[in-house]
Ligand binder design. Sequence first.
Ligand SMILES: Nc1nc2c(ncn2[C@@H]2O[C@H](COP(=O)(O)OP(=O)(O)O)[C@@H](O)[C@H]2O)c(=O)[nH]1
Ligand SMILES: [Mg+2]
Length: 360
Amino acid sequence: MRIGIIGLPLCGKTTLFEALTGTSSEGQRSGRQGPDIKVVKVMDDRVTRLSEMYQPKKTTYAEMEYLDFAGIVKDGQNREMDGSFLKSVGRIEAFVHVVRAFPDSVFPHPLGKVDPIRDIERFHTDLILSDLSIIEKRMERLAKDAKRGLPVKDETAILKHCQSALESETFLNQLSFTPAEKQRLRGFDFLTLRPLILALNIHENQIGDTALDALAERIRTTYPFLEDALFMVAGEIEMEIAQLSPEDAALFLKDLGVEESAMTRLIHLCYRKLGKISFFTVGEDEVKAWTIPEALPAAKAAGTIHSDFERGFIKAEIISYDTLMEVGSIPAARQKGLLRLEGKEYPVRDGDIINFRFNV
Ligand SMILES: Nc1nc2c(ncn2[C@@H]2O[C@H](COP(=O)(O)OP(=O)(O)O)[C@@H](O)[C@H]2O)c(=O)[nH]1
Ligand SMILES: [Mg+2]
């Protein structure tokens, strides 16, 4: 999954990026062009257990790719999205918008006062304006083509529909589209079409603060679509904890009253928000986690491994991870009749262990 981290300058994007990737840049990347990119393994315990069971030559965890962008607003007045930012968003599946809620720092907030609601509002407006400008440019193009008698793509209706939604401050990810419309929209890099996660960056002293509960409540009522996408994080301390050994990190987190690291929590949130699940393939050569959209038909899931698997799909032999752990091995499961044979359309579930039978 590719996740873009964005927000105002000095709100803690790089700090969060380091917390999520367990790295430290120590200020070495100032002046670089484009986003900083890091890939981290999704340390799924299920993959670890399967690997212990199979002792394969290779164990492959799923991966998260994070992109850390420079501040997207050039100065207090300029509300335009930065051109280099827009150039790199094509591959991104979701945005994590970092908003500063920690009060004092040696660095002042670029807009003066710390005011999360203002920053959220402003960012949402930026996203909407960017999408509206894409639509305007496209409509101008279509009008020109029509005037010159060129064949014009049938896009006007969907673009108008999007435009009126955006003008009433509705994100495109709140609309429902037919598969054909989705296909049509894919060619545009609409920002509000992507899932959005709000990371509220707090100071460790604010953990459990009632003022924060009130703020979270206000955000949830003002922006219902952020209800299940609010990520409260003490970025700086999490960044420090992410550099520690897993054992030390667990102790520190416990002291802080945080159950799981920001790294783990955000991965779960991204899977949920993007509707992704994992299925596994196992064997002596490799144990591997595959990330797919939830309920993807079995033949399509096979296609993520190899197009031949999809083309020549016969059956999928499936057992859930939990069942396998209960019975202990595939042969034991087979004996008890716990291996299911499913067809092309079977909607794959999280934790399915699949052996595809195919013929090409
Ligand atoms: N007090 C406090 N400072 C933070 C926190 N998160 C980030 N900072 C500081 O804010 C400054 C800007 O952070 P940085 O991650 O570089 O922001 P970016 O410009 O959004 O990438 C740095 O000096 C951080 O140490 C936090 O949770 N609490
Ligand atoms: Mg930064």
